[in-house]
Design a protein around this ligand. Structure first.
Ligand code: ADP
Ligand code: ZN
Length: 436
């Protein structure tokens, strides 16, 4: 394997040097933070009055956590640390869990962000000879313009196709010889179903790789996309509060996502006790942004659940790796008193080859009890007129799910391509119990 580095000195920097760099950037981040109304108050209450009050990286522990709630309270300008005239762009989160939060960028921030995204893209083996079709929503969502700028920095030819309209996507892939895609994993699966439906031959396409992120997905889903589309899929993690994409990304070893520690200080905490999790243990990811001036955010509680890989990566990068993010702490469903993460359901069903590319989860009240229904598509090969094999499959899904989540769901099978698909992040859970 020939590893490709966008910024070799930074990506392979010895840990002690990397930590020195982090400390100096942390002091700067605190300096910027002290210029915002929100942090001025917060940090002074914690006895931090200047960047120099941070003497070692462990002084970060004195900084209070920042939550999504804080960002909403600070709307619109409570987190702005530069004059409004110096802001050249704003982005907002998707609002998956409530009111969206806003992040402001100055010109330097935009350039720095693009460089992190370029680092991710280049590290998967892409070069300027690639044609990159960015099949994700443009606009306030960071995924569109973030990847767009990173792709251009690498020198790829970028096709800003946006999400949706699969027929047009195929046309673009064929017309321009697209080699690299970026999309949500759910949209990539949808693209594959539509390819079959519309009779688009894989041989007419030049696809090599895809970046898949913005929502959780299982290793089986990755494998499925790789096999069906015959491409290499790399996991991409980011969040608008930390600029957007470009925070953590898989290298060619595909064994965890390198989080760029020169720009993002990482902690994993126990979300209940707020103490640091033990090495390698799963917990909530907390990130301090070290690479943005206009909107400094310190010790941000992402609510995303993950853990750090402890072994070194064969690629030689010294930045640590996050394991696949399984979901958010607030994704957890409580069904008849049992805790269930949607990712547990995905893991079971996507491992079955008869199951198609899309699924939905519904919960409703039935008398005193909660009733879980899992609707899945069935591959065209497994969808027959004869109902016996389908009933057997239904029963197999029910039993396997029960063994995994201890709840026996109702299972519905649907024809391939018939369940609704959202253009942005997948909306898979419908909880109708509220208000009961
Ligand atoms: P919102 O929080 O409203 O969805 P963002 O658009 O900023 O707003 O999305 C960031 C969130 O998306 C992350 O905090 C995480 O929950 C999810 N996410 C992004 N990339 C991944 C990924 N590769 N795996 C799992 N979840 C992801
Ligand atoms: Zn690596």
């Amino acid at each position: 394997m020939i590893w490709q580095y966008w910024n070799h000195p930074i990506e392979t920097m010895p840990r002690d040097e990397l930590e020195k760099l982090q400390l100096s950037r942390l002091k700067d981040a605190v300096r910027f933070a002290l210029r915002t109304p929100f942090y001025k108050k917060r940090l002074e209450e914690a006895g931090i009055k200047s960047g120099d009050d941070i003497k070692t990286l462990s002084d970060l522990g004195r900084v209070p956590f920042t939550t999504k709630h804080d960002l909403r309270e600070g709307f619109p300008y409570g987190f702005l640390s530069v004059p409004r005239e110096d802001v050249v762009r704003l982005h907002a989160s998707s609002g998956t869990t409530g009111a969206p939060t806003t992040i402001y960028f100055n010109a330097a921030d935009i350039d720095t962000w693009a460089d992190y995204v370029a680092r991710c893209i280049y590290g998967t083996g892409c070069t300027k000879s690639d044609v990159f079709q960015n099949m994700i929503t443009y606009g306030l969502f960071t995924g569109g313009l973030g990847f767009h700028a990173g792709g251009e920095k690498v020198g790829m030819m970028v096709i800003p196709s946006g999400a949706g309209n699969t027929t047009r996507q195929f046309r673009l892939m064929q017309d321009y010889g697209t080699t690299v895609l970026h999309a949500t994993p759910s949209f990539l699966l949808h693209v594959e179903s539509k390819m079959r439906e519309e009779g688009v031959s894989r041989n007419s396409l030049k696809l090599k790789r895809a970046f898949a992120g913005a929502e959780p997905y299982s290793e089986d889903t990755r494998r499925r996309i790789e096999e069906l589309l015959q491409i290499d899929v790399f996991n991409s993690y980011g969040l608008s509060e930390m600029n957007g994409p470009g925070v953590a990304f898989e290298c060619q070893a595909k064994n965890g996502l390198h989080i760029w520690e020169d720009g993002y200080l990482v902690e994993i905490i126990n979300p209940e006790t707020l103490e640091s999790a033990a090495a390698g243990e799963t917990g909530e990811l907390v990130i301090t942004c070290l690479c943005r001036e206009a909107t400094p955010i310190l010790r941000y509680r992402t609510r995303d659940l993950t853990s750090l890989c402890l072994d070194p990566c064969p690629c030689g990068r010294t930045h640590r790796r996050l394991r696949r993010i399984t979901g958010r702490s607030d994704d957890m469903l409580i069904i008849n008193g049992v805790n269930v993460f949607p990712s547990q359901i995905e893991e079971v069903i996507m491992a079955m080859k008869e199951v198609g590319n899309n699924y939905l989860i519904e919960i409703e009240k039935e008398g005193m009890l909660d009733r879980l229904t899992v609707k899945t598509e069935v591959t065209p090969e497994s969808f027959r007129d004869d109902t016996r094999p389908l009933n057997a499959l239904k029963e197999k899904i029910r039993r396997t799910l029960q063994a995994s989540i201890t709840i026996s769901p109702r299972v519905e099978l649907h024809e391939s391509g018939s369940l609704p698909v959202s253009e942005g992040k997948a909306v898979r859970v419908t909880d109708r119990r509220a208000g009961d």
